[in-house]
Design a protein around this ligand. Structure first.
Ligand code: CTP
Ligand code: MG
Length: 177
């Protein structure tokens, strides 16, 4: 039991920059869309109005700030200390995952905000992991053990759901997912 709790807390600690980047992109979002309102060849928006420059910059910055605090607070000596690369790739990668997801949602004809189960919950995890693995494979592999990866995959959809229901009630999000 203690072991499971340790893995869960470790998973949240390691994913924190990504977990923070996501909702703060919603808080800071709005204004000019990343695709500048342009359409793709299929006549649909490239990304849609749900992906904005402000959201991308604000979310990435908040994730990095949390990561900088985490570097100063090595609370978990059993994990390798965060690297500067890792806090950038976790934050930016999370939002890049969001963007890639929206691109494919638009190509599949999903309206902005339409639900895409599981993909909506794990897109940012995939983005954060892929980018971190590319730029800091040593940090990634020494921290993301099999147990941590499983914990993140189980925990994230739950946390995501709770955050989004909360965001919906405080009227930050248009949909509770
Ligand atoms: N957001 C933003 N910029 C980003 C990411 C998110 O402005 N780079 C904001 C937008 O206001 C967006 C909200 O966060 O509506 C929620 O993000 P998400 O659920 O990914 O977007 P959706 O509006 O649901 O659009 P999509 O169908 O493309 O997922
Ligand atoms: Mg959405």
């Amino acid at each position: 039991m203690v072991e499971i709790i340790n893995v869960v807390i470790g998973a949240v600690w390691l994913m924190l920059p990504a977990y923070i980047a996501n909702p703060t992109a919603v808080v800071f979002g709005g204004g000019t869309p990343l695709d500048l309102g342009k359409n793709w060849r299929d006549g649909r928006r490239i990304l849609g109005n749900g992906k904005t420059i402000r959201g991308l910059i604000g979310g990435t910055a908040c994730g990095i700030i949390i990561g900088l605090i985490q570097i100063q607070l090595p609370l978990f000596p059993n994990f390798a200390r965060f690297t500067y690369i890792a806090i950038i790739t976790l934050s930016f990668g999370a939002l890049l995952g969001y963007i890639v997801k929206s691109f494919f949602k638009r190509r599949l004809g999903f309206a902005r905000g339409a639900q895409f189960p599981l993909v909506d919950q794990l897109d940012f995890v995939a983005g954060a992991w892929v980018l971190t693995y590319i730029f800091d494979p040593q940090w990634f592999t020494s921290n993301f053990t099999f147990e941590i990866i499983i914990a993140v995959l189980i925990l994230t959809p739950v946390l995501h759901r709770i955050t989004n229901i909360f965001g919906y009630y405080i009227k930050l999000k248009k949909e509770p997912w």
